[in-house]
Every structure is written in structure tokens, then in C-alpha cells.
Design a protein around this ligand. Structure first.
Ligand SMILES: Cc1cc2nc3c(=O)[nH]c(=O)nc-3n(C[C@H](O)[C@H](O)[C@H](O)COP(=O)(O)OP(=O)(O)OC[C@H]3O[C@@H](n4cnc5c(N)ncnc54)[C@H](O)[C@@H]3O)c2cc1C
Ligand SMILES: Cc1cc2nc3c(=O)[nH]c(=O)nc-3n(C[C@H](O)[C@H](O)[C@H](O)COP(=O)(O)O)c2cc1C
Ligand code: SF4
Ligand code: SF4
Length: 700
């Protein structure tokens, strides 16, 4: 739907090409390549038979842009600058819209004009041209013969080898006409391990001077080295023409070979596919709309999953989002972070008796992204405020969800947090690679346009014995919600050592870019999700080796399966049945961790077999850094920070309406549940807002 470019626009664009060339030479490149193929601007202009004005119609007009760019580079940047071009010589699009085609039958190339153009380029000093054909968006099989099409694409109407042969023949025709120009052949990747043989034959027969590898370079970056050093390419490393790299590009990701470089590009491919509504709709068709939806029972927020899936299937994306939102105000963040294999997807009937669980989280993420983009997720505030004020202490998922719902009920909210950024653990600790930008996208979209008077953010305000709950309630708030989480790491160490971290401090410092572990030996103590995050983070920060030291076996490990497997895939070593006994320090610096093997005894109260240390076999492991990830606890000086709020078993005690022992003070999230999940904290916050509303109305 773009407006047509005018001739003046094209004149100006020519200037941009010259500027780009100037920058390339300034950056130290020896040559510039003027892309004139694959349906991009210059290639389109070459086919502008029907365009009026200076850039359409005659051969001179259609080639004016490309030749003008070459002339201007020569004139403005110097006659010695090397210019090469990637030139499409045959579009396979019917005349008058195609270039290099037979006017009566576009399926036949006619190289008369391309050869005339090449002669003009050669006259201007161009000495190397890569010959290519077709438009990858319109007829990809012609320029990129493949075995598998992209989603929604077509199966090749001809055997791929016919396409390969066509490209070789056309490049050969040009090479024979211009024997002194280095013609680069294209489209050889489908040939797999035979590529060098055919390339050699092309060269020997004067059909090209050089051969380029497109997809082969993704799949097998050192293919040229193997040809030179080993005389052959490995069949195990070649491109298999599956089009997955193209699929990534179409889905908007950074591309590479999904088959041969799966660790990097597999997840990008998967994310792209799982963000495509057409693909998701196909998968969603498997939903049985169960009478007893086990998926819903698996969701801590109780989202009516079959309902949102069926609305999505019917094309009612807004309606589907509304179903999500009524139970979970932050569905985008949760779609990234929820342990779905333990929750909705792990409970889906189709996973037990069908072809596999529905991609519930992916559909949720897609809908949430649409909602956040289109302004559907904005809070809906009543015009008039109730005039009642609530203090929300802690801007983590629980506090934010509570604040959102209180605002929608018309109350005025003040949020307090010791950090300057909202988001709790999700913002400060959970690694960015597991959540993309979902938190900030969602917070921005949900809290957009909330007027100052309704929401006051007192971020950077720490509650402690001096500035405590009494002080805050003394300001006249009608009620309070506490969502302060479990902000302190539990530790084994009795002394401070340089190199010894608590997991939360380590992850926060890593997220802030303050940790460099290149070449270091790192141990992570613990077997939970936090330990897995710390271990993977340490690997990604360049640690030489990372050891997870865990006193029980894999079976008892509390980390979610997905998190554990990711750590294994990342190269983390697991020292299971190994108990840490203490640390060895030298001049205040950590030098080693002392460990011993364990044996598993009888089950403890939680049902897991109890480890028994075999201290007689203790040994030391030299370490530069140790991260203790053995648990979290409530804030220090709890009693003086939250006077009147009683604990039970190390957590805040609440009644079934989430009210604490102090009247009018409610609580939820990790501080009440123990270390839990984002979705559970969000559900608590939303529920607490309802109970606070009832309390304010005098109903409690
Ligand atoms: C490493 C790690 C990885 C995790 N991974 C996942 C995951 O993948 N999926 C998942 O669902 N859950 C995960 N969790 C758990 C999840 O982060 C928590 O369950 C969730 O954040 C709890 O929300 P909350 O609002 O109760 O508390 P928090 O998120 O902890 O928020 C509490 C807020 O209170 C503030 N606060 C605390 N003390 C004070 C004070 N004295 N004064 C002022 N403000 C204060 C804090 O700054 C913080 O912003 C992970 C947790 C950790 C530690
Ligand atoms: C994922 C992907 C990205 C591509 N990007 C470009 C590009 O940016 N510029 C370009 O000139 N050609 C691009 N191509 C086309 C290739 O350079 C090449 O012409 C085509 O893949 C056929 O050659 P091959 O058989 O060696 O792959 C791309 C091809 C693929 C598969
Ligand atoms: S994903 Fe890999 S194997 Fe598939 S076409 Fe691209 S480079 Fe070839
Ligand atoms: S359990 Fe699975 S199949 Fe059944 S309604 Fe839920 S998502 Fe659909």
C-alpha cells in the first residue's frame, strides 16, 4: 500500500546509495556491491516497462538508476573504487512486469537486455557480477531451489535440480559473452555434498569464474575450507534445502541454519512459528473443549482456557484476550515465565490421550502481545474515584496486580518499593533471556494513561524499622496490601569472602552487567530453579566451567524439568549426591568449596530421601566464584518493619480473605506462599484487591 515513488524520490534515493558507498569505503571495505536483484528497488526499476517519467519505459530510463549510481560513485568517490553487483537477469514474471523474460512466454528467459546492461556496467569498470534470478517473495523455487516450502508456501512445481540447472545455464551464457568479467554463480546449495563437484565442472566449462554459497554458508560456514583442506564436503554438515532459515526471516527473527545450528536457531524458529496466528490456529483446532477442562485446573489463576482457545479459533482475538484478562492481568509475562509443563499444558487432556498438549502459553502470549500493542489491556478506570486510598507495599507481580484491580475499582493507590523499577523479581533477578521485554511491554501498556491522582509511585522507598508499616498507615491510608516477596538469599557461609554470592545478589548483579566470569571456575550450590538460572547465567557470562553442587539425586531435584534440561544443554556440570561443607578462603578471597559425597537415607517429612553426608570422604574443589542458591527468606527485621503482622512457619499468616493479623492489612505472593510463581502472585494480588474492596465497603 505504499504510495508510488516519484522521480524526485528516486533522485534522492540515488544520493542515499552514494552516501552508503562512501561510508563503506570509509569503514575500510575494498568494494561495494550494488544489490540489483530479488525484487528490490533496482531490480523493480529494470522491469518498469509501464512506468511514466525518467525511470520507466525505455531501456535507458529503466537502467538510469543503476548506471547513475555507478557513475556517481566513480565521480564523487573516485575512479579507482571497486564496484561489483548482484544482478538479477531473469524475473520469471510475465511481461510487461518482468525483466529478462520472453515477451510472449515469461517462463523463457530472454537475456538480450540484461546483456546490454552488463555491457554498460563493464564499460563503467564493473569487473565482478553475481548472476541471480527470480523474486524470493513471488517465485522462490526459481532462485532458491528447495525441498520444503515455508509455511503457506507452495511445493516446487519442478524438480529442484531443474532450477539449479537453469541458474547455472543463465550464468554460463553471461560468462561466455563476457569472458573477462568474474561471473559468480548462485543457487548451488541444493546440490548438497555434490556442490563442489558441480562448481568445479561449471568453472572448467567456462560457466562461471567463482561460485557463491547462500544457504550453504548458513548450514556449513567452513564448507570452503573443507573443500580446500579435505577435498570434499561432509554430507552431515550440508544444507538440506528445508527453507527453515527463510521461515525465520519471514517470521521476523535473526536467521541462520535451524538444522545444523539448532541450539542457536532452533528456539528462534520455534518462537517465530509459535507467534504466527495461522500456525497457532491450526494447532488450536486440536482442543477438545473438555467438559472437565483439566488445563484450567492446572492454571493457578484459573483462566477459562477452553473458552479463550475457542474464541481465538473463531477469530475473536479481543474476546479471547478478555477471557484471559479477567483472571490474569499480566498474561504476556506469565506466558513467558509460567512453568507450563507443571501447570496448564502439563494438565491438558490432549497431552495424555492425544497428539500432545495444546500450546496454551503460546496462544496466550500471542493474544497478550496483540492486546498490549492495540491498547486493549489499558486499565479501565471509573470516571469518579471512590476517594478511598490503599498502600501497596512491594511492586512485584502481586503488588502490581493488586494495584491494577484496585484502580479499576476506583480506589486511589500508592505503590511503595525499595527499587526504582517496578516488577519485583521479574525485573531485578530473573534473567532477561527467559522473558524477552514482556514485563516492560506489559506494564507500560496496562498502566498507560492512569492519572497521577489515582496512582502514586513511591519507588526507591525502602521500608525498615524506622520507616515502617505504622509510618505508612499513619499517613491515613484506608487499607494496605503487602507483596514484599522473599528478598533475601539463604546462605551457608559464616564469613564474607570475595567471590561468594547469594543467588539473588548474583543474578541481580549479572543482570546489571556487573559480573564478568570469563575463564573462571564457578560452583552453584542448590538444585532449584534459582540454582539453574544462576548456573546458566554463569555459563553465558563466560565461565570456564560451572558446577551445580546438589546433595540429592536428579530424581529429588526441585528444579522444573525444562530449567534443568536447559542447564544441561548449556554445558553446566552436575555434581549430584554432593554436600557442600564449607568454604576455603585466602586473604579474604574464596579459593575452594569443601564438599563430600552423600548417601540417600529414608524419606523426610516432604517425602524426599534425606541425604546423609559421608564426611570422611570430604575433598576440596578449587573455585573462583560460588553462588549459594539454597532458598530465600522474608525480609530482615520483619517484626519491626511490619509491626502487628504475624508470621506462621516463616511466612505471613493470612485468613481465607488474605487479611493478615493486622486489620485492614492484606498480603499475597511469595511472602505468604513461600517461593512460588509469578502467576500465583498475580492471582493473589487480584484476589486481594477484591477482598480489600469488600473491606472498604464495610463488608468484612
Ligand atoms: C531466580 C528466580 C527465578 C524465578 N523464575 C520464575 C519463573 O520462571 N517463573 C515463575 O513463575 N516464577 C519464577 N520465580 C518466582 C517469582 O519471581 C516469584 O514467585 C514472584 O516474583 C513473587 O512475586 P511477589 O510480588 O510476591 O514478590 P517479588 O517479585 O519478590 O516482589 C516483591 C517486591 O517487594 C519489594 N520489597 C521487598 N522488601 C521491601 C522493603 N523492605 N521495602 C520496600 N520494598 C520492598 C521488592 O523490591 C520487590 O519489588 C523466580 C524467582 C527467582 C528468585
Ligand atoms: C534466509 C536467507 C536470507 C537471504 N538473504 C539475502 C540477502 O540479504 N541478500 C541477498 O542478496 N540474497 C539473500 N538470500 C539469497 C541467497 O543469497 C541466494 O541467492 C539463494 O539462497 C540461492 O543460493 P543458494 O542455493 O546458495 O542458497 C537469502 C537467502 C536465504 C535462504
Ligand atoms: S535451515 Fe539450514 S538446512 Fe534448512 S535451508 Fe536453511 S541453511 Fe539449509
Ligand atoms: S484440557 Fe486441553 S483439550 Fe481439554 S479443553 Fe483444555 S486445552 Fe482443550
Amino acid at each position: 500500500d505504499w504510495r508510488l515513488l516519484t522521480d524526485d524520490d528516486l533522485d534522492a534515493l540515488q544520493g542515499a546509495y552514494i552516501e552508503a558507498a562512501r561510508l563503506a569505503f570509509e569503514a575500510g571495505f575494498d568494494a561495494v556491491d550494488i544489490k540489483s536483484c530479488h525484487g528490490y528497488l533496482i531490480n523493480e526499476l529494470l522491469a518498469c516497462h509501464t512506468r511514466p517519467g525518467r525511470y520507466g519505459g525505455s531501456f535507458e530510463n529503466r537502467t538510469r538508476f543503476l548506471l547513475g549510481v555507478i557513475d556517481r560513485i566513480r565521480e564523487e568517490l573516485g575512479p579507482d573504487k571497486a564496484i561489483v553487483s548482484r544482478l538479477g537477469v531473469y524475473d520469471a514474471i510475465p511481461y510487461p512486469y518482468g525483466w529478462g523474460v520472453d515477451k510472449d512466454d515469461y517462463r523463457k528467459p530472454d537475456l538480450t537486455e540484461p546483456k546490454r546492461l552488463i555491457a554498460a556496467m563493464v564499460e563503467r569498470g564493473v569487473r565482478m557480477i553475481n548472476i541471480t534470478i527470480a523474486n524470493p517473495y513471488y517465485n522462490p523455487h526459481i532462485g532458491r531451489p528447495f525441498n520444503e516450502p515455508i509455511a503457506g508456501g507452495y511445493q516446487e512445481p519442478e524438480h529442484p535440480i531443474v532450477g539449479v540447472a537453469r541458474m547455472i545455464r543463465l550464468a554460463g551464457e553471461i560468462q561466455r559473452e563476457f569472458p573477462r568479467v568474474a561471473i559468480v554463480g548462485t543457487g548451488y546449495s541444493w546440490l548438497r555434498a555434490l556442490m563442489p563437484n558441480v562448481a568445479a565442472a561449471s568453472k572448467a566449462n567456462g560457466l562461471a569464474t567463482l561460485i557463491g554459497g547462500g544457504r550453504m554458508a548458513f548450514a556449513y560456514p567452513d564448507f570452503a575450507k573443507d573443500i580446500l583442506m579435505k577435498g570434499a564436503m561432509s554430507p552431515q554438515k550440508v544444507c538440506v534445502a528445508c527453507s527453515a532459515c527463510t521461515q525465520i526471516m519471514r517470521d521476523g527473527g535473526r536467521t541462520g541454519c535451524v538444522v545444523r545450528d539448532n541450539k542457536v536457531y532452533g528456539p528462534i524458529f520455534e518462537l517465530g512459528r509459535m507467534s504466527d496466528p495461522e500456525h497457532l490456529r491450526l494447532l488450536a483446532q486440536a482442543c477438545r473443549g473438555c467438559q472437565e477442562p483439566t488445563c484450567q485446573l492446572g492454571c493457578p489463576a484459573g483462566i477459562r482456557i477452553p473458552d479463550f482457545i475457542h474464541r481465538f479459533l473463531d477469530g475473536d482475538e479481543r474476546g479471547a484476550y478478555e477471557v484471559l484478562r479477567e483472571a490474569n492481568i499480566f498474561p504476556e509475562v506469565c506466558a513467558w515465565l509460567c512453568p507450563v509443563e507443571q501447570q496448564c499444558q502439563g494438565s491438558c487432556l490432549e497431552g495424555f490421550i492425544g497428539a500432545g498438549a495444546l500450546p496454551i502459553a503460546d496462544i496466550q502470549r500471542y493474544l497478550a502481545v496483540q492486546a498490549n500493542k492495540n491498547g486493549w489491556s489499558k486499565l479501565r478506570l471509573p470516571k469518579e474515584s471512590t476517594g478511598r486510598t490503599v498502600a501497596v507495599i512491594g511492586a512485584g507481580p502481586a503488588g502490581l496486580a493488586c494495584a491494577a484491580r484496585l484502580l479499576e475499582a476506583g480506589h486511589c493507590v500508592t505503590i511503595f518499593d525499595k527499587h526504582r523499577q517496578a516488577g519485583g523479581m521479574v525485573d531485578s533477578v530473573i534473567p532477561a533471556y527467559r522473558q524477552s521485554d514482556s514485563l516492560h511491554n506489559e506494564l507500560e501498556a496496562v498502566f498507560a494513561d492512569v492519572p497521577q491522582g489515582r496512582l502514586t509511585r513511591r519507588l526507591g522507598t525502602q521500608l525498615d524499622a524506622g520507616y515502617n508499616l505504622d509510618t505508612i498507615l499513619g499517613e491515613g491510608f484506608d487499607a494496605a496490601f503487602i507483596g514484599m516477596g522473599l528478598p533475601q538469599s539463604l546462605g551457608l557461609a559464616s564469613e564474607k569472602l570475595d567471590g561468594l554470592y547469594g543467588a539473588l545478589e548474583f543474578l541481580a548483579a549479572a543482570k546489571g552487567g556487573q559480573v564478568d566470569l570469563r575463564g573462571r571456575q564457578v560452583a552453584v550450590i542448590g538444585g532449584g530453579n534459582t540454582a539453574m538460572d544462576a548456573a546458566v547465567t554463569a555459563m553465558r557470562l563466560g565461565a570456564r566451567d560451572v558446577y551445580v553442587v546438589y546433595r540429592r539425586s536428579f530424581q529429588e531435584m526441585p528444579a522444573w524439568g525444562g530449567q534443568r534440561d536447559e542447564a544441561i544443554a548449556e554445558g553446566v556440570h552436575f555434581l549430584i549426591l554432593t554436600q557442600p561443607l564449607g568454604y576455603v578462603g585466602r586473604d579474604g578471597k574464596l579459593a575452594a568449596v569443601k564438599v563430600c559425597p552423600t548417601r540417600l537415607g529414608a524419606p523426610d517429612a516432604g517425602g524426599r530421601r534425606r541425604p546423609q553426608a559421608v564426611e570422611s570422604s570430604a575433598y576440596e574443589l578449587a573455585m573462583d566464584v560460588v553462588v549459594e542458591a539454597i532458598g530465600q527468606q522474608i525480609p530482615a527485621a520483619f517484626e519491626t518493619t511490619l509491626p502487628g503482622v504475624r508470621l506462621s512457619g516463616g511466612k505471613i499468616a493470612v485468613d481465607d480473605r488474605l487479611m493478615t493479623s493486622r486489620r485492614g492489612v492484606f498480603a499475597g505472593g511469595d511472602l505468604v506462599r513461600g517461593a512460588s510463581t509469578v502467576v500465583a502472585a498475580v492471582a493473589d494480588g487480584m484476589k486481594a484487591a477484591t477482598y480489600i474492596g469488600e473491606y472498604l465497603a464495610g463488608g468484612v
